[in-house]
Ligand binder design. Sequence first.
Ligand SMILES: [Zn+2]
Length: 203
Amino acid sequence: MTIFEEVKELVNVGAAARHYGAEVHRGNMALCPFHKERTPSCKLYEDHYYCFGCQAHGDVIRLVQELFGLKPIEAVKQLNSDFALGLDVDCTNKFVPPPDMEAVARRRREIAERKAEKARVEHMYDVLLRYFTLLDKYKMCYAPKSPDDETDRRFVYALQNIGYAEYMLEAWGSFDKDQQEEIKPEVDRIEREYKRILDEWGE
Ligand SMILES: [Zn+2]
């Protein structure tokens, strides 16, 4: 059996016509998709259609060809895809959409969002870590060596802020997503502060 015969056997004309939007009335009479009309004059049979208005006629493959302007093999592929027939036709034809483009797009969006979310969270942790590390360095490097030394501003700043920086860094590990979201403004503030002191005092 050829692929054409198989498709014709598996998809009846009425089902295909309905699937592609034909309005089917009593007695399997449809509004003809090939000419303008108010009363249905296209009769849908099991295996073919015939329009008493414009004499359009053919089998299911012909129907799909006419509807979408396709070559016979393209119509076969279209039906194979739309009715999930699972027939082995190669699907290189561009007209056949991959299965459920919306789902594919949705999935891609989800992945992109998750990546962005992950990057954002990593960046926030990075800010806290860099801030703490810088203060720790100030504390070590600019501590007075003798009682007569003038106190370095960086050392004072470090003493004043390192406790908080350490607390934030530690707390971060136990935060859930919502809490991370909540303290985002505070992390932003710390980031600006980090940049400020780095600009002013260096490492
Ligand atoms: Zn017609």
